[in-house]
Design a protein around this ligand. Sequence first.
Ligand code: CMP
Length: 131
Amino acid sequence: MIKPDAVSAGNTGAITKMIEEAGFRIVAVKKTQLTPERAGQFYAIHKERPFFKDLCSYMSSGAIVPMILEKENAVEDFRKLIGATDPQKAAPGTIRNLFAKSIEANAIHGSDSDENAEIEGSFFFAKTECF
Ligand code: CMP
């Protein structure tokens, strides 16, 4: 999911190009906006964290671009491509190193397991939208 900071900065195209050039196939993509409640559902796992309320307001502050991606070893390879959560710690050349503004406005989200990729994919897309 490309996050509001990167979409509003006009970086959707550059980030999508990096994703495709790294060998990911885009199975589904759209531009949409979350309400704070929907953002809270997406990040329910973080609801006890001190940054949860701010995260929900940030994630609903503008358009996002969720995608379903396909590749061998996709979860691990995507996390390498995007870099560490904190852009200060993200390796040079990673998406967060290049485009993130802060630990919160960190440009992009990637699923942390195949199981969560299924759950997060179906949060945004019906099976009939995936080709
Ligand atoms: P993401 O990988 O999408 O998962 C949780 C999100 O919470 C994270 O990226 C950031 O956007 C946000 N966040 C804000 N503050 C923190 C923090 N201190 N540690 C981790 N994540 C944070």
